[in-house]
Design a protein around this ligand. Structure first.
Ligand SMILES: *[C@@H]1O[C@H](CO)[C@@H](O)[C@H](O)[C@H]1NC(C)=O
Ligand SMILES: *[C@@H]1O[C@H](CO)[C@@H](O)[C@H](O)[C@H]1NC(C)=O
Ligand SMILES: *[C@@H]1O[C@H](CO)[C@@H](O)[C@H](O)[C@H]1NC(C)=O
Ligand SMILES: *[C@@H]1O[C@H](CO)[C@@H](O)[C@H](O)[C@H]1NC(C)=O
Ligand SMILES: *[C@@H]1O[C@H](CO)[C@@H](O)[C@H](O)[C@H]1NC(C)=O
Length: 607
């Protein structure tokens, strides 16, 4: 059967609607590539898709077998999040755990094109799109310019007004806590971790990125440029500059380090902390993590110095940076992704699992990943620290809060406060609503394809109706009025109104799209490649062991004085008091919270 494929590949498409670009209707299924032929016909390139025919719709025999046996993403998710007793057994059988982890990694990461393909200005393969690292890459090419509707052929001639849509479908009415009990400790980790690579270059536009390495390089700790890194370094024993306040180590001041940081005028000189990322003064949660990693860096330097008294400052610094990259990836997979997934299967960070697989050790940050990661519904209405509640204007840029409470107390408070649920609609706080608005506007500028187009790209069935998407009637009706057809629903609003999985923080699309980007980015790091992944890279067995035993809890315990607070990405036990404070903060939130919006305006697209 498959011998006929080469002939059918070249089968030409017929007339589409006259005038319009025939690729607007996305006629090529199963990841076939659409190319126009003349002005009114098209051709689908089905090479290696496992399908053939005019629109790549006829499965080859083995494709048919594979897909007949393959369970749906929701089925796999169900299995992984149920049957705890069974998973407890599997988790303790190393070869089974490795085999399943390999399956998780390969099935996800293989959905990401590597080397990357398109960008927002190139919807076809080109050397420019491949080589110009100033762009975010694109998983799906932009909707062609000359289409009947903004989303191709589906839906209305005009997209809904962004502000109206945000008010109707995204704005929080009352705080909806995350049923997976995600904590603010998670929310701030997400913000801190992802902003090393989600750095939109606002001067050039939303299609452009300032992050040079497109991955986990810890530039948010060490600075993007070598010059900034040098200004943040002490040039002694590999360490970073710091200051001691009340006997505790904090980042240096801006005047000490002489690096650019974004602070409004009211922040006093003495409390303008200088860290790797220039915008991290915005949120005390970010400065808390910046301080923890700074302390960790200097701690690891001491450990390495004991091991290698002969090493110079440069080597201690460089090796420590690699160790911290390893620790970060370990924590992200085994604490962070583990929490998000809700799996009873115990995820494992072990690059060796991929050594017998075909896998590219490179990564490019895609615009879709950046967009889908706008998880602002996580943000609560107010921040509970010890016995106080801070609103946005009291919290943002309040760097004295960091030193007044100290890292320990902040960790404890953020671990105990529950974050908001991301999917399900109407849970974006007023204070951050304009960030969501901005992501939608930018997606339009970049001509993102529809939610359903992305569902197909990531092996999901497209939603057949608005109710199928939201799982309810009210928002479905609003959406229908706005978009006309479910195939025209945009990616980002779609992700936020999608029905959550049972007791889940996200809907299916967020997970099935987000996980591939995430795992590819983590395992595609050079330290995970065979030549790097060995003790000598990390200064020997001691350094390698720091990487292999890292956890969020250890990061905190190794770097605070006195008793170590519980540090967790989920609220340990949602006590009545927590729930009642949620109610209290909901009650406080008023329509008049405009101050923080003004504060956030400059950096909205960055943070
Ligand atoms: C391929 O798609 C086009 C446009 O959607 C459609 O008109 C045509 O009938 C399809 N061809 C096949 C063989 O299904
Ligand atoms: C990348 O593309 C942008 C936009 O075309 C251009 O301004 C920039 O110079 C390019 N960068 C490089 C390194 O070629
Ligand atoms: C900043 O936080 C401190 C508590 O650490 C508080 O006393 C102060 O009022 C806050 N600043 C502002 C501007 O709200
Ligand atoms: C909030 O308060 C209402 C009424 O006082 C109560 O019915 C509800 O259960 C509370 N919600 C939470 C999350 O505690
Ligand atoms: C935040 O709280 C302070 C002190 O209670 C209050 O003066 C201010 O108006 C509040 N800001 C907002 C935006 O609610």
């Amino acid at each position: 059967m498959s011998t006929t494929v080469p002939f059918l590949l070249l089968f030409l498409g017929v007339l589409a609607c006259e005038g319009a670009n025939p690729c607007c209707s996305e006629p090529c299924e199963n990841r076939g590539v659409c190319t126009t032929v003349g002005y009114d016909s098209y051709e689908c390139d089905c090479t290696r898709t496992g399908y053939y025919g005019q629109n790549c719709t006829t499965p080859e025999f083995f494709t048919w077998i594979k897909y007949s046996l393959k369970p749906s993403p929701n089925t796999v998710h169900y299995i992984l999040t149920h049957f705890r007793a069974l998973w407890n057994i599997i988790n303790n059988i190393p070869f089974l755990r490795d085999a399943i982890m390999r399956l998780v990694l390969t099935s996800r990461a293989h959905l990401i094109d590597s080397p990357p393909t398109y960008n927002s200005d190139y919807g076809y393969k080109s050397w420019e799109a491949y080589s110009n690292l100033s762009y975010f890459t694109r998983t799906l090419p932009p909707v062609p310019e000359d289409c009947p509707t903004p989303m191709g052929v589906a839906g209305k001639k005009e997209l809904p007004d962004v502000n109206v849509m945000a008010e109707k479908l995204l704005l929080r009415r009352t705080f909806i806590p995350d049923p997976q009990q995600t904590s603010l400790m998670f929310a701030f980790f997400a913000q801190h971790f992802t902003h090393q690579f989600f750095k939109t270059d606002m001067k050039k536009g939303p299609a452009f990125i300032r992050a040079k390495n497109h991955g986990v390089d810890l530039s948010h700790i060490y600075g993007e440029e070598l010059e900034r890194q040098h200004k943040l370094r002490l040039f002694k024993d590999g360490k970073l500059k710091h200051q001691v306040l009340d006997g505790e180590v904090y980042p240096p001041t801006v005047s000490d380090a002489q690096v650019d940081m974004h602070y409004p005028p009211h922040v006093p000189e003495s409390h303008r902390f200088a860290v790797g990322h220039e915008a991290f003064g915005l949120v005390p949660g970010l400065l808390m993590y910046a301080t923890l990693w700074l302390r960790e860096h200097n701690r690891v330097c001491d450990v390495l110095k004991t091991e290698h008294p002969d090493w110079d400052d440069e080597r201690l610094f460089q090796t420590t940076r690699l160790i911290l990259i390893g620790e970060t990836i370990k924590i992200v997979i085994e604490d962070y992704v583990q929490h998000l997934s809700g799996y009873h299967f115990k995820l494992k960070f072990d690059p060796e699992i991929l050594f017998n697989q075909r896998f590219q050790y490179q990564n490019r940050i895609s615009s879709e990943f950046n967009t889908l990661y706008h998880w602002h519904p996580l943000m609560p209405d107010g921040f509970h620290i010890q016995d106080e509640v801070y609103n946005y204007s009291q919290f943002l840029f309040n760097t004295t809060l960091l030193t007044d409470y100290g890292i320990s107390n902040l960790v404890e408070s953020f671990t105990n406060q529950i974050a908001g649920r991301v999917a399900g609609g109407r849970n974006v706080g007023r204070a951050v609503l304009m960030v969501a608005v901005k992501s939608i506007e930018n997606s339009r500028l970049m001509r993102f394809q529809s939610l359903n187009a992305y569902r197909k790209r990531f092996n999901m069935k497209p939603y057949v109706s608005f109710e199928d998407l939201t799982g309810e009637k009210e928002m479905a009706a609003e959406l229908e009025e706005m978009y006309g057809h479910v195939d025209a629903v945009e990616l980002y609003p779609g992700l936020l109104v999608e029905k959550p999985r049972p007791n889940g923080i996200f809907g299916e699309t967020m997970v099935e799209m987000g996980a591939p980007y995430s795992l590819k980015g983590l395992l595609g790091n050079p330290i995970c490649s065979p030549e790097y992944w060995k003790p000598s890279t990390f200064g020997g067995a001691v350094g390698f062991n720091i990487v292999n035993t890292a956890s969020l809890q250890k990061l905190v315990c190794n770097n605070v004085k006195g008793p170590c607070p519980v540090a967790s990405f989920h609220v340990p036990k949602v006590r009545d008091s927590v729930l009642s404070t949620i109610n209290a903060s909901t009650a406080h939130s008023s329509q008049k919270e405009v101050n923080p919006t003004v504060l956030l305006k400059d950096r909205s697209s960055e943070l």
